[in-house]
Design a binder for this molecule. Sequence first.
Ligand code: ADP
Ligand code: MG
Length: 262
Amino acid sequence: MEDSGLTMIKLGGSVITYKDKPYTANHSIIRQLSEEISTALKEGLVRELLVGNGGGSFPHYPAKRGKLAGGIQAAWQLEHLVETHRAASELNHILITEMLKKRIPALSIKPSSAGYTRNGVLESFNLHLIRKALELGLVPVVYGDVFLDSAQGCSIVSTESILSYIAKHIKTEKIVIGTDVDGVLDEQGKLLDRITPSTFPSIKHHIGGSIPTDVTGGMLHKVEMMLRIVDIVPTIYIVNARDPGNILRALRGEEIGTRITR
Ligand SMILES: Nc1ncnc2c1ncn2[C@@H]1O[C@H](COP(=O)(O)OP(=O)(O)O)[C@@H](O)[C@H]1O
Ligand SMILES: [Mg+2]
């Protein structure tokens, strides 16, 4: 059993939705991943757990249509702002419902109601909620969302940004990021088993974004976000969560995916 600290698991939008089909969840993968999380809790592989889910084909579409990444310039964007939040909540609700069926005490924390940003950067996030939920033995579940922004009206904040914000404030032992590829690949498509702050500059130009409908930045964003907390989070994995069992393998400390270490 982990002796201290929090474990975070990110379930990528690329995994839990069909990213190219608007508003389409992959229910069988959501069931599979909920089962894995339930096993991890039952086996004591994790003690304190926080889950974050990506938005995939739910909020990315209205966010893109509303040009929300740069904030609010005109009133026509507002209907897209509220729809982006609704869509993100809808997918989160689908995940939470499945987690509850597996008897995981999952508590949805609506990110946009728990904080705000300034020029796209999280300025405040209610950590009391997270701490209290963990203390009670709940599994808080956050997700990438549209936030109100004190300078530009609104901003889109990725799940990775929220996780890294929380990790800066709550002692975190391990982060497992589940996505739709085996990890970070080099220019030949070969898996990089490790990235460190010193190797990153030489491989950065081989790491790219996501599909065009995605508004939060793909693999490069994940790696950059995780490198910011590499000194305080001892174990960070990026793994393919489409393959059954990979989240559990990472939680067990097996050699899998890409590890980001200092
Ligand atoms: N060097 C790379 N290695 C792996 N994936 C990469 C790389 N460069 C770009 N990507 C893209 O990043 C995607 C994963 O990021 P993203 O689409 O944001 O996933 P998620 O929805 O899980 O957050 C991959 O599907 C891949 O298309
Ligand atoms: Mg992403």
